[in-house]
Design a protein around this ligand. Structure first.
Ligand SMILES: [Zn+2]
Length: 226
């Protein structure tokens, strides 16, 4: 951000506007959202103005924070879902059963609700979306249906690849754990055998000792008793 020299709309004086960032809390729908807002401050009257080069910046920050707070998908994630299936906004709206204008305004940054977020989240899973697509087949032309089906199938296969890599990684980890576990068991058995061996040695020495002392006692019994 650079300092901006301009005429203030509030006091009418010319001056160099200072760029400031202020943490502010706003109420959006049912939530209180705190985010860092950007302003240009008039050096004469102190009036704050939204960024000249990006007037929607503060609202966008608030909406982003709102989506994070609610655990909602963000605008780009929603656009990505539609694009990975090669769908137009109109066709995506038809399949989901929401209006074209709703999709269009959500993709332009408007906030969506919980129900719509559930629809988008479900759609992000290719297998789930494939099922829905089959049920809504009659809403698309044959040509379009074939094209979208192909795109969704491609996504299913891509996710299957990722899934396989993931499973292989988990398998490797499990087999490593097994190896470690076996090594531990082997060591425990070794210690156990060692202990058994040692206690046998001590036991036989004890017997030996007690037998010896017994013999001595017996041999010298008359002496002891005197
Ligand atoms: Zn001013």
């Amino acid at each position: 951000m650079v300092n901006n020299t301009s005429i203030c709309w509030e006091c009418g004086k010319k001056g160099e506007f200072k760029f400031v960032e202020i943490e502010e809390t706003s109420e959006i729908k049912d939530e209180f959202i705190t985010s860092l807002h950007r302003y240009y401050e008039c050096p004469n009257c102190g009036e704050l103005f939204a960024p000249f080069d990006d007037p929607d910046y503060n609202i966008r920050m608030d909406f982003d924070s709102y989506r994070i707070q609610k655990g909602f998908l963000n605008t780009n994630e929603i656009i990505e879902i539609r694009k990975k299936y090669s769908l137009s906004q109109r066709d995506f709206a038809e399949i989901l059963g929401i209006s074209y204008s709703t999709i269009s305004s959500i993709e332009n940054g408007s906030l969506h609700n919980q129900y719509q977020d559930s629809l988008f989240t479900m759609s992000s899973q290719p297998i789930a979306f494939y099922d829905l697509l089959q049920k809504r087949k009659n809403l698309l032309s044959d040509e379009k249906f074939a094209k979208v089906s192909e795109a969704v199938e491609h996504q299913i296969m891509e996710e299957e690849k990722i899934h396989k890599v993931w499973v292989a990684k988990v398998d490797k980890k499990i087999s490593l754990l097994h190896d470690r576990q076996n090594e531990r068991i082997r060591m425990l058995n070794m210690i156990k055998r060692e202990q058994e061996h040692l206690s046998k040695k001590i036991y036989s020495k004890d017997i030996e000792r007690s037998t010896t002392s017994g013999l001595i006692k017996t041999a010298f019994q008359p002496l002891f008793s005197k």
